[in-house]
Ligand binder design. Structure first.
Ligand code: GTP
Ligand code: MG
Length: 578
């Protein structure tokens, strides 16, 4: 007879119980990652080794380290998959995965043994967000159906459960007292970024500014597990949307996939209904053309609003773990905003937003071309956030997207250039890369192997200082920033900052920025260039106070050179949030 603790059936799975709506944890602490058997473990570690060095770029990566780079992980070559191939692979992985809310003390081995009854597990990890959660990846989708068959809908005494059978489960221990004596309970180690002071101290201990820049990126970048969780969260929401639109897909975009994501950044989701149309377009054989009988509305925007309204309702009423659902349908880009409590992500679901998806791919390509790009973008984004030049609240300030385009533009302007222009990437495109969205040409090469590596060998120390120097003296009053040409051009209007939208040339992505925010940016950029010049050649050995990048991230930076006190900007600068 098996004892209760060794019996896999002593674990009960049910969909998670309803929880009180609460403010979202911006961060997710990841706990352990132990594959099942040696063979599986080998396979898993192999793939982890491939992916971990630069999680943002995941499977696709063609970063060449600059001379003297202190980032050994960035020197690995990968198999150069395209952005779409990476997305496809990740999405497929997510479709074979489930999310389980676990009790505080969960016997890991027993849980895995229990789940193995339904099929082989290829990967798993635990993380903490409103309690312990596990992500379990099966090798086959069928295992999930088998598990769902063996799962109860919970019975509440005072509340009535909505019997929605999702891939998000709740694990109960049949005999909690016996189970906790098990020595293999998961250890929770929070993997969130260190507090400001700790991080500043770590940076101060670095050997060079370049070392500081790389340390900052490594500390703040989203991890392999965090990426998996982002794709899984999209996949869980896709299950809900698919109840209405069976062939729809929900894909992550923005900083979750463009390789510039920081731990705690939001999860931008794109509801893609176009694939449904594509499937039916191929069924034209025979003398008749069959069409679906559908309802029509006067515009695409109207259709998007209606679809998002319904999906928003579904998320609110049936979506396990989805709380604080807001339907923001009259925005320029209609969206449903909600918190996915279990994963800890703040989610923005949009539809009909293909250009943003294409922008994410473009940033991903730029981030993959040269290891200095991501490192520089992380430093600049973090610097801007620390000085309240950016915020998670919309307003008259620069966005992370605008800042990233500014870094790309700056790197195109170096001599020799670190990055090519978008027109150059367009010229390298082949027929499969051709992409026109709403009349806009969004074509560029997807195969990284076709892009010639840069001959520029400048170090990150120089590039960071030069970035501040460049934008501290940029003629914002006269010139616009144009990454398509890789050249500044005359400003077509009087906006304080004009950054041409790479795919919609008539639009300015920074039209929201006002004069006073620009002034603050320019002022801080000049001051930061000055501090880096002053700290040239310094290292941890020669400094007893914050130096280099650590000095730039100090709130006191603006007092150092008696700067005009900035006006009231966005609130809550913090290294940990987005
Ligand atoms: P975070 O601040 O880390 O979330 O960065 P992000 O790049 O994800 O930015 P955000 O969530 O604001 O926007 C998501 C994506 O939408 C961006 O990466 C862009 O691809 C796109 N996007 C954002 N703002 C604009 C804009 O003003 N114009 C265009 N064309 N696309 C935008
Ligand atoms: Mg985002």
């Amino acid at each position: 007879m098996r004892t209760a603790t060794s019996d896999p059936s002593s674990l009960l799975l049910s969909p998670p119980p309803s929880r009180q709506q609460a403010a979202m944890a911006a961060r997710v602490g990841l706990v352990t990652c132990l594959p099942l058997c040696a063979q599986v473990r080998g396979r898993f570690l192999d793939s982890l080794h491939r992916h971990l060095s630069s999680p943002g770029t995941a499977i696709l990566k063609r970063e060449e380290p600059p001379a003297g780079s202190a980032e050994p992980g960035l020197q690995e070559k990968s198999n150069n998959k395209t952005f779409s191939e990476v997305q496809k692979e990740r999405r497929e992985q997510a479709q074979r995965s489930i999310l389980i809310s676990c009790p505080k003390k969960v016997p890991e081995k027993k849980l895995l043994k229990h789940l193995c009854q339904h099929g082989e597990i290829t990967n798993h990890f635990f993380f903490e967000s409103f309690g312990i959660h596990a992500v379990i990846e099966f090798s086959k989708k069928e295992s999930i159906a088998s598990l769902q068959d063996a799962t109860f809908i919970p019975r509440g005494e005072t509340e009535f459960p909505i019997p929605f059978k999702s891939r998000f489960f709740h694990l109960n221990l049949k005999n909690p007292s016996n189970q906790t004596s098990d020595g293999m309970l998961v250890q929770c180690s929070n993997q969130s970024s260190p507090l400001n002071a700790d991080l500043i101290q770590t940076l101060c201990n670095a050997e060079s500014v370049e070392g500081q820049i790389i340390t900052l990126m490594r500390t703040l970048q989203i991890t392999e597990e965090n990426i998996r969780l982002r794709y899984l969260s999209c996949s869980l929401i896709e299950d809900i949307a698919a109840a209405y639109f069976p062939s729809c897909t929900i894909k992550p975009f923005g900083s979750s996939v463009n390789s510039f994501g920081k731990l705690g950044c939001d999860l931008d989701m794109f509801l893609d209904l176009d694939d449904i149309g594509k499937n039916s377009a191929t069924k034209t054989a025979g003398p008749f053309l069959m069409e679906y009988q559908v309802k029509s509305v006067p515009s695409e925007r109207w259709a998007t609003q209606k679809i998002l309204a319904v999906i928003g309702e579904c998320l609110d009423n049936f979506g396990p773990g989805c709380v604080s659902v807001q339907k923001i349908l009259h925005a320029r880009c209609p969206l449903v905003r909600f918190s996915h409590q279990a994963s800890g992500f703040q989610c923005d679901l949009t539809a009909n937003n293909r250009i943003a998806m294409k922008s994410s791919e473009l940033l991903y390509i730029y981030g993959s071309l040269d290891s200095r790009v991501r490192a520089l973008v992380f430093s600049v984004r973090c610097w801007a956030r620390q000085h309240a030049l950016t915020s998670s609240i919309p307003g008259a300030w620069l966005t992370n997207f605008s800042l990233t385009i500014m870094v790309i533009f700056f790197l195109q302007k170096r001599s020799p250039p670190v990055l090519p222009s978008l027109d150059y990437l367009k010229n390298l495109a082949d027929a499969r890369d051709k992409c026109i969205i709403e009349g806009n040409d969004c074509t560029f090469v997807s195969n990284l192997d076709r892009i010639k590596p840069s001959e520029n060998t400048e170090t990150l120390d120089i590039l960071l200082c030069q970035f501040f120097e460049y934008f501290g003296n940029f003629s914002f009053n006269k010139n616009s920033i144009n990454i398509r040409k890789g050249k500044e051009q005359n400003k077509p209007d009087s906006s304080p900052v004009y950054i041409q939208n790479p795919f919609e040339p008539a639009l300015n992505i920074s039209r929201n920025v006002n004069e006073s925010q620009l002034e603050r940016f320019v002022h801080l950029a000049r001051e930061s260039a000055w501090i880096l010049q002053e700290d040239k050649g310094r290292s941890s050995k020669s400094s007893s106070h914050p130096w280099g990048l650590a000095a730039l991230l100090q709130p006191s930076v603006s007092n150092k050179s008696k700067a005009k006190k900035p006006g009231r900007g966005p609130t809550g600068p913090c290294l940990r949030g987005k």
